[in-house]
Design a protein around this ligand. Structure first.
Ligand code: MN
Length: 402
């Protein structure tokens, strides 16, 4: 990734800060298995670096100072763990000029905290029954030493920035979506009655890994028959029965950007009459809501229209008589922002802007008939309206039946 893009992101953050404000962003800690290391998204967004335990600081006083603290390489350890990034390498990759070692952090950070009024950090959400995370611990300590400071989670600072995707970010998302799509198409081809759900997941993961992508955006949901009525079914260990549809809700990640696609298909290659009825209704709603996407429309409006269409569909399918009973068969909202986080920054009631990427994912779930259908596409908001980034992943009945 070009460090110019990173410099631009940091400029935009500084613009949002008032004088005497400080931002401290902690990288994720090293996992026991470094290969699975997953960077903190705000740290990655601002530095582009995939190194553990580093700390990024923006101090806005009369002038703004940007400083990055990284681990110091210890030759005896590097024999085992591999070389640490040097200051020069970190600087070249991130475009940050001032780089120090982590063992200097605590002595130096006081000079930034003391004159600050407000300190932002990536505190995240962590319920009170869980131990404090690294940034929460640090902020606690900072407050004890400098009781005058106001401390805040940094999500609000990042939301506007991260929810409007740049060209480079859209390219990463398109790649993640295309690879996910190839995996889904392979699943369509190779799945058979009697296979286990996790075998379908393996087909997808094979495609993701052979494409050079290292991560999935979230745990796959591969739900056959009635399992599809459990919204976050992740066991993926049932056998696929005759006449069952399988619901896939999956997504690869590319450079940290996630795809999020759902498709529902008959494994036998033919929908039953009832499955087809339900599927057609969901598909119609998926298409209608996608067509509504444009700059200026609210997520709230998309949700309300979806509910209205779902209510009509459920009455038509003879599942409910009173439209207010729709929650029994449709219990989530129609979509969310998508990006580095699968449920990315961007409020559920936000008004869409050019550059937002959202999911549109209506569904109908009928546990008593062992039917669950969700059709989810990833939609970019453009000047003209929208671009469906997942339009090449089949969803028409004629394409799913063979
Ligand atoms: Mn989704």
């Amino acid at each position: 990734m070009d460090s110019k893009l990173l410099i631009d992101r940091r400029k935009k953050i500084i613009k949002q800060l008032n004088e005497k404000e400080l931002v401290i962003v902690f990288a994720a800690s090293v996992a026991k298995y470094p290969r699975n290391f997953l960077q903190d998204n705000n740290f990655k967004y601002l530095t582009g670096l995939n190194i553990p335990d580093a700390i990024f600081v923006i101090s806005k006083q009369k002038k703004s100072v940007i400083e990055l603290f990284i681990e110091r390489g210890i030759p005896e350890m590097e024999v085992w763990e591999g070389k640490k990034m040097t200051k020069e390498e970190a600087s070249a990759a991130s475009g940050i000029e001032k780089i120090s070692f982590l063992d200097e952090f605590e002595r130096k950070i006081g000079f930034h905290i003391a004159p600050s009024i407000k300190v932002y950090a990536n505190l995240g959400y962590n319920n009170i029954d869980k131990p404090l995370n690294k940034s929460q611990n640090f902020i606690n300590k900072a407050k004890q030493h400098f009781p005058h400071i106001i401390t805040m989670d940094m999500t609000k600072l990042m939301t506007t920035l991260r929810s409007v995707k740049t060209k480079w970010e859209i390219e990463q998302m398109q790649k993640a979506i295309d690879v996910t799509g190839n995996g889904i198409k392979n699943i369509f081809k190779k799945s058979k009655i009697g296979m286990m759900e996790y075998e379908l997941d393996a087909i997808l993961k094979y495609e993701i890994n052979r494409s050079g992508l290292k991560h999935i955006g979230f745990r796959s949901i591969i739900a056959a028959g009635g399992n599809a009525a459990t919204l976050h079914y992740e066991q993926n260990n049932s056998k696929i029965g005759k006449d069952e549809m399988v619901l896939l809700d999956v997504g690869a990640a590319c450079n940290g950007y996630s795809a999020d696609i759902s498709r529902t298909f008959p494994v036998s290659g033919k929908f039953t009459k009832r499955q087809k009825e339900v599927y057609s209704e969901v598909l119609k709603i998926n298409k209608k809501i996608i067509k509504m996407v444009k700059p200026g429309i609210g997520m709230k409006e998309l949700n309300e229209k979806t509910v209205e269409l779902i209510q009509k569909a459920l009455i038509k399918l003879k599942l409910i008589k009173n439209k207010n009973d729709y929650r029994k068969y449709y219990m989530h909202s129609v979509g969310h922002h998508l990006g580095m986080d699968t449920h990315d920054l961007g409020a559920r009631d936000s008004v869409l802007k050019i550059g937002n990427v959202i999911t549109i994912e209506p569904g109908i779930y009928i546990p008593e008939e062992k039917i669950g259908v969700r059709i989810e596409d990833d939609i970019l908001v453009t000047k003209a309206g929208y671009k469906n980034l997942s339009k090449n992943i089949p969803k028409e009945i004629s394409e799913l039946e063979n």
